[in-house]
Design a protein around this ligand. Structure first.
Ligand SMILES: Cc1cc2nc3c(=O)[nH]c(=O)nc-3n(C[C@H](O)[C@H](O)[C@H](O)COP(=O)(O)O)c2cc1C
Length: 373
């Protein structure tokens, strides 16, 4: 399983792990994989703290940072201030959010408790600030989602000798990324957690590999075992890019009530919905996603307005789930997650998960070998 990317990054296994949780990132890199910290939910100041922590706790192992710089935002959103964006959220959406929360008895936030940051890093200025902070640290890879990164970001990363990777859902998108100077393509199938296209990993990966050759490709979406990793490498990928599987490891900071829900979920319990961000993202199906996709929904808003409109509602649901995991209010709390949810059934340290994956990979290759030529 020693692929070109192992040599390029000095890693033992070509297992790339996306997580918003620094403990997961550190654990994966220390176990011989490559952890990538999702920057989206952090302010630039908080990102600086997370990366300083990683520099100190990762034992010199390589890690990366993932930013989200969407190529398409709501009209006028790219240059708008936060209050101008807030003014673009229609009252009927605010009313729908409140009535849905009320239906499930989700209490308001207590006085003095602020909701989650609602703008996140997905405006051009937010994304650029994340890049500036990230490149001050010893990162070895910069990853972008939702379209080709702006040319100045690619140039800035390359000036720091940091390669750039980007997520794609079709071969056409992959070609645009290579033309934009992106070095590594992450082919993300529809079964993946988070933003996804419509093509499955099995069908997408070889098409992307052929389209962008000789650029290296990581296969993503529905990969959590060594057997799936062997399949990805057989499809021509140089490694795997994983996300959902790290939500249930011991180091994950996902709320315990939601971890339990994930462990009981089948592969049919996720939905590709616009409810979270305004763009289709695969997530756990909850009464919240059903409401947004149901007949009384006012329809979702374009990015970044949908998350801005709902950020406080997410804080309220998560508080409710923490206070009483069995309450109707807690049922609303979900998470981005892929169809692999149906195979995530235990909580173990990330290191054990990696080693098991490597053993399974070896067994899969042995089995194929025994089949002969
Ligand atoms: C909880 C969660 C949050 C995610 N957030 C982001 C993100 O902020 N940026 C990004 O590039 N990808 C994000 N993703 C997608 C992952 O990077 C990855 O492509 C995906 O999880 C791979 O498929 P899998 O979930 O089947 O492993 C997220 C995935 C999950 C599960």
């Amino acid at each position: 399983m020693r692929t070109k990317l192992c040599d390029q990054f000095g890693i033992e296994f070509p297992i790339f792990a996306f997580s918003h949780c620094r403990d997961v990132v550190a654990a994966v890199s220390k176990a011989g994989g490559f952890g990538v910290l999702g920057a989206l939910a952090f302010s630039p100041e908080q990102l600086q703290i997370e990366l300083a922590w990683l520099d100190e706790h990762i034992d010199g192992k390589p890690y990366g940072v993932d930013i989200v710089m969407p190529a398409n935002l709501a009209e006028g959103a790219a240059d708008a201030t936060k209050s101008q964006l807030e003014a673009m959220i229609p009252q009927k959406h605010r009313d729908f959010i409140e009535s849905t929360l009320a239906k499930y008895g989700v209490p308001p936030l207590p006085e003095g408790v602020a909701g989650a940051e609602s703008l996140l890093g997905w405006t051009p200025s937010g994304g650029h600030s994340h890049v500036d902070v990230a490149l001050k640290h010893d990162i070895r890879l910069l990853v972008n989602a939702l379209g080709p990164p702006p040319p100045d970001v690619v140039a800035q990363a390359h000036r720091h000798n940091v390669p750039v990777a980007a997520l794609v859902g079709s071969p056409e998108q992959a070609l645009k990324q290579v033309a934009a100077g992106v070095d590594i393509i992450v082919a993300s199938g529809t079964e993946a957690g988070g933003h996804t296209g419509e093509i499955s990993t099995m069908v997408l990966t070889p098409q992307v590999v052929d389209a962008v050759a000789p650029a290296p490709v990581l296969a993503a979406g529905g990969i959590a075992t060594g057997r799936q990793m062997a399949a990805a490498l057989a499809l021509g990928a140089e490694g795997v890019w994983t996300g959902s599987m790290w939500l249930t490891v011991k180091e994950s900071d996902l709320q315990p009530a939601v971890v339990q829900r994930v462990m009981h979920a089948s592969s049919r319990d996720t939905v590709r919905s616009r409810a979270m961000t305004g763009k289709p993202a695969r997530q756990l199906r909850t009464p919240w996603t059903e409401a947004w996709d149901g007949p009384e929904s006012p329809g979702t808003l374009p990015m970044p307005l949908q998350f801005m409109a709902t950020a406080e509602a997410y804080s309220r649901m998560y508080r409710a789930a923490e206070a009483d995991p069995d309450s109707p209010a807690a049922q609303l709390a979900g998470t981005p997650i892929g169809q692999i949810a149906g195979m995530l059934n235990s909580v173990r340290p990330a290191r054990d998960v990696i080693f098991e994956m490597v053993e399974q990979y070896a067994a899969a290759i042995e089995r194929l070998d025994a089949l002969g030529k």
